[in-house]
Design a protein around this ligand. Structure first.
Ligand code: HEM
Length: 517
């Protein structure tokens, strides 16, 4: 940011500079000389010369049309030549690790004066450090890649790995042993699912949905089968390569033939001596474009089997153009008789379905975290917008219909958060097997709830932002991104309706025999 000038002016002095070639305005007590910039202004020159704007305090008009970040850009910040004498600017950007003070913009445990039974001082320190890292290191890359569609920068991958963030995204466990977490803010022994929730939340509040998946989501879902079912030798080779950012991995289950219906897979694994021969296609494979390893669900003559397939000349990846940014690396993958050592089998032959299914709870819980974080960001955007946008001479918030939408949005995000934290607490206190038994249904129902409410919130936010919500730049750009991409959450990791059904089927299965009205 350019250094602010300390010169002061009176509003009378400013008012003398009100014509073409000599044009000043005031925004939030700051005086800007826009004499030269006026001709370059993306919104046009004429409006800046209007009587109500030229030489006047244009704060309200400005914030009705621009995000505050416009004025933070160095090329615009340097237009500021001073301040109005005796006044203090009120629009102050937050320090990167400072929680927002907009109501409901943060989960209540991060809001001043509120309490929570779930988070301790270590979680609080961890959250602050994680936000700082996310904002300083990840956010600029997220904005860039979301726009240009390129994969996550290797430099950012390296920094993520130095902090062991990819390892933390797999949850607590043996893979964290000996690793320094986020520069030592927490230890592998202290690290629990609430720390992991924080990691997911902090990485997902930028309004860059494609990048969230490009941010090594393939590792979060593709590596656990190796960790939980790979041989010790395979783990010793692959896990460090992936967690240290030297190799990339993805999960390759869904096919054009079978999505949520994983039992319908058609990719085959045929045994020939000490090798599997993998033949088939996989679709919608997140990170597939840049993956070095593919965790592949296959059929074999002895039943389902999961095999870790390294990239080779017999593995082809083609980018799929989707509704979100190609930074996610979404691929159509073809295996043309790819030969893989049998030692790369994950779990037992015939038990592949369990390997695949055991992975799903964690994946769905992770999607709930990232989806809810984005949904909360939308609530913050809407609250700010209705507060600053003037319509019919009044702030947008004075319209009851707008407040009614906000009431529903807030209720949805807060109820989702409470349910998520309650389930996360259970995860901290249950073994993996207990989680599969007791939480699969709950997580399915929670994911259905969060993704459905997410789309309702996307719709409401779109109405609140109007035309601005359908342009990819300017005031409503985050709403546009969320509205366009929220269906991803409802589909990836298991479709909404299927998951709701799973939750109810699990409940019916657990009905006590004698239960009667
Ligand atoms: C230092 C002062 C200003 C700067 C640096 C600035 C910069 C910009 C930029 C970068 C845009 C492109 C859209 C965006 O990124 O948000 C824009 C659009 C626009 N600006 Fe400004 N602007 C300034 C002052 C004003 C003022 C005082 C008005 C008052 C009427 C105005 C009216 C507009 C309009 C109408 C648009 C088009 C908005 C849209 O497409 O929705 N600008 N301005």
């Amino acid at each position: 940011m350019a250094a602010q000038s300390s010169r002061t002016f009176t509003i009378e002095e400013v008012s003398k500079h009100n014509k073409e070639g000599d044009l000043w305005i005031v925004i939030d007590s700051k005086v800007y000389d826009i004499s030269k910039f006026a001709n370059l202004h993306p919104g046009g020159t004429g409006i800046l010369l209007a009587e109500a704007i030229a030489g006047k305090d244009a704060t309200q008009a400005f914030f009705g049309l621009h995000r505050q970040e416009v004025l933070l850009k160095p090329q615009y910040a340097r237009l500021q030549i001073g301040l109005i004498a005796g006044e203090e600017p009120v629009v102050k950007p937050l320090a990167v690790d400072e929680p927002s003070r907009v109501p409901y913009a943060e989960p209540s445990w991060l809001s001043a004066g509120y309490h929570s039974p779930y988070y301790n001082d270590n979680h609080r320190r961890f959250q602050r450090a994680m936000r700082k890292f996310a904002m300083e290191v990840v956010y600029p890359d997220a904005v860039r890649c979301e726009e240009n569609g390129k994969r996550i920068s290797q430099d950012v991958v390296q920094k993520l790995c130095e902090m062991n963030i990819p390892a933390m995204r797999l949850g607590p466990g043996k893979h964290l042993k000996g690793r320094t977490l986020l520069g030592g803010v927490t230890t592998p022994e202290e690290f629990d699912h609430f720390h992991e929730l924080i990691v997911n939340f902090e990485l997902s509040r930028f309004g860059t949905r494609g990048y969230i998946d490009g941010l090594l989501a393939g590792e979060v879902i593709g590596l656990p089968p190796v960790l939980n079912f790979g041989s010790p030798a395979l783990q010793a080779k692959v896990v460090p390569e992936v967690l240290d950012g030297k190799k990339f991995i993805c999960l390759a289950i869904s096919e054009a033939f079978a999505g949520s219906d994983v039992a319908g897979l058609q990719t085959t694994a045929e045994r020939e001596g000490d090798e599997w021969i993998i033949t088939g296609t996989k679709k919608w494979i997140t990170n597939g474009m840049f993956a070095d390893y593919f965790t592949v669900g296959c059929r074999s003559k002895d039943g389902y089997v999961v095999v870790l397939v390294p990239r080779s000349d017999d593995v082809f990846t083609k980018a799929i153009k989707t509704a979100y940014s190609s930074t996610a690396g979404t691929a159509y993958v073809t295996f043309e008789k790819a030969r893989v050592p049998v030692a790369y089998t994950l779990g037992k032959v015939g038990e592949g379905l369990q390997v695949i299914l055991s992975n799903f709870n964690h994946e769905r819980w992770m999607i709930v975290c990232t989806s809810l974080s984005a949904q909360r960001m939308v609530v913050e955007e809407c609250l700010k917008w209705v507060n600053q946008r003037m319509v019919f001479g009044k702030p947008l918030s004075s319209q009851p219909v707008v407040r009614a939408k906000l009431a529903s949005m807030i209720a949805r995000v807060e109820s989702g958060q409470s349910w998520l934290e309650s389930i996360t607490y259970q995860m901290n206190n249950m073994s993996y097997a207990e989680q599969s038994d007791k939480l699969a249904g709950q997580i399915g129902l929670l994911k259905q709830y969060i993704t459905r409410t997410g789309r309702e919130t996307a719709e409401d936010a779109t109405q609140i932002f109007g035309g601005r919500s359908i342009t990819a730049s300017g005031m409503g750009k985050l709403i546009e991104n969320y509205h366009r991409t929220s269906p991803y959450d409802a589909i990836l990791g298991g479709q909404e309706d299927v998951l709701g059904d799973l939750g109810v089927r699990q409940a019916i299965k657990k009905m006590p025999k004698g239960a009667r009205l």
